[in-house]
Design a protein around this ligand. Structure first.
Ligand code: ZN
Length: 509
């Protein structure tokens, strides 16, 4: 009896401590949102101070002796066995974060953050001057610091695994190699076949003038249809769209409009809407714990890509929404039929940059980045050789070669931010989305005809019950296995792509 009381008190104390961290974290997220959307420029230094102080306080609370002592008490087998599954998973999650924070010396974390702060400015200059050698020393330093951090955290096979774990707990570089090799084997010849096909699709209607306010009105309309609750969320404009979930009752989305491209706004709104629906569906009881959030970055991306590509670029969706869109843009879409619209938005064209990529070529960008990052982490290649390696992979896999390093290895800021191990989450998202949707179609055979009628509620309900409500209670590998009955595979994505694009391009495959 007495022992139970001690345990209850320890658990209450532990939960209160975690709540203190969570409240600071959500205030920090709100600050980050405000910084992008509303903050006067003059406040940027003050905001940087506020945010770094908040992150320092969270870090100190996490690695405090109190946290360590509470964890030790709760992790005693006799105590752990008496707790319910949610409490147990939560304690183990905090322990994982605690261990990571303890293992990596603060000095190393600071050195990385100073290096990446400088590297971002150097990267801008190097890209502007199209001169990789300016950026090369920064990248060398970032790789070496990341190697040191990986060594502190520990790993079995490759240092890359230690970095991956931040985004995709439980997934290894060797898992990715299997998935990526299967994709390459199928996608590279398919891209070639599409290139050689006689079908010439016209996508020029996308790139004409579309009124910005009308675009924004449609974005809100789309969000409502797919089931993002605007009473518990908000949509604003930025240059780089993102989603911040501050809790199931406050999910902020951003989109990007371009008056000369209809699809930036529509695509990014449905994408962020997918992230937002996930955040709004996470169990409210997890809000004040470390389990509030998506199962992993890749699983989060599976929800955004499911809505953006499988649904939002699918024929069923446009059977429903094309008449509505056409009514809004009567002149612009006057001569465009549903069929030419659907084919136009799905035109395949190898390009140099991921953000502009179609569904067929998209993952190749990710695979190239992964192969180079992993070889850098394992010292198999040298930083100075990356531009040539980058260009050769683009030529070999996509049949196009960057004209210079600004278009190639210097194209985006991910490496200057130190985001190594992040890119694979995009492909994990695509593969998971296809595997999950395959399961949905089996369980809900009428799903496509519901979408044709503009009914998205069955889809949302299924995703909520099977995925969203669990937050981080399930690890990504377990979640995929439990939801689909299988490990994550490339096959479902490959079949989806082959079916869709053999029809669009009249291919015999
Ligand atoms: Zn996303």
């Amino acid at each position: 009896m007495q022992k139970t009381e001690i345990k209850t008190n320890t658990l209450t104390e532990f939960n209160e401590l975690i709540e203190e961290i969570r409240v600071i974290q959500s205030a920090s997220q709100l600050s980050a949102w405000d910084m992008e959307i509303n903050m006067p420029k003059a406040a940027s230094e003050d905001r940087a101070w506020q945010m770094s102080m908040m992150s320092k306080i969270c870090h100190e609370k996490l690695i405090s002796k109190k946290t360590g002592d509470l964890l030790n008490e709760l992790l005693e087998k006799s105590t752990l066995d008496t707790l319910n599954k949610t409490d147990k998973t939560h304690i183990l999650e905090v322990k994982k974060e605690y261990d990571k924070a303890i293992k990596v010396p603060t000095k190393l974390v600071q050195e990385l953050s100073e290096t990446t702060a400088k590297a971002q400015l150097i990267w801008i200059e190097a890209k502007g001057k199209n001169n990789f050698s300016l950026f090369s020393p920064s990248l060398e330093k970032i790789i070496s610091l990341k190697q040191k951090i990986a060594d502190c955290i520990g790993y079995k096979n490759t240092s890359y695994d230690a970095l991956l774990d931040d985004y995709e707990p439980g997934i290894t570089a060797s898992d990715l190699e299997t998935l990526f090799n299967n994709l390459k084997k199928e996608l590279i010849p398919l891209i070639q076949k599409i290139k050689e096909s006689k079908t010439n699709l016209d996508a020029s209607f996308i790139k004409q003038k579309y009124d910005k306010n009308k675009q924004l009105k449609i974005c809100k309309d789309l969000l409502k249809y797919i089931g993002f609750d605007l009473e518990r969320g908000h949509l604003a404009e930025t240059t780089h769209p993102f989603t911040i979930g501050m809790g199931p009752n406050d999910v902020r989305l951003t989109t990007r409009t371009d008056e000369n491209n209809l699809f930036f706004a529509l695509g990014s709104t449905i994408h962020e809407g997918g992230h937002g629906i996930y955040e709004q569906g996470i169990g409210k009881e997890l809000f004040k714990t470390f389990l509030y959030g998506g199962s992993s970055v890749g699983i989060h991306e599976s929800q955004s890509r499911l809505y953006e590509t499988i649904i939002g670029q699918g024929l069923s969706f446009w059977k429903f929404y094309f008449p509505i869109l056409k009514n809004e843009f009567k002149d612009e879409l006057k001569n465009i039929s549903l069929e030419s619209f659907y084919k136009g938005i799905n035109k395949v064209e190898p390009s140099l940059i991921r953000v502009e990529a179609d569904e067929v070529t998209y993952n190749i960008h990710i695979i190239i980045r992964f192969e180079i990052e992993k070889d850098l982490m394992e010292n198999k290649i040298k930083v100075k050789d990356t531009p040539a390696i980058w260009n050769k992979k683009y030529t070999d896999y996509l049949g196009i070669t960057p004209k210079n390093d600004s278009e190639g290895v210097l194209q985006d800021m991910h490496w200057s931010l130190g985001a190594i191990g992040y890119f694979p989450t995009y492909t994990i998202g695509n593969l998971s989305a296809a595997q999950i949707y395959n399961k949905i179609k089996k369980e809900l055979p009428n799903i496509e005809s519901e979408i044709e009628k503009g009914n998205f509620s069955t889809l949302k309900k299924w995703l909520r019950e099977n995925i969203h409500k669990y937050g981080m209670l399930k690890k990504p590998k377990d979640l995929i296995r439990e939801v689909t009955g299988e490990e994550l595979k490339a096959d479902y994505f490959i079949n989806y792509i082959k079916n869709k694009y053999s029809q669009i391009y009249s291919l015999n495959i």
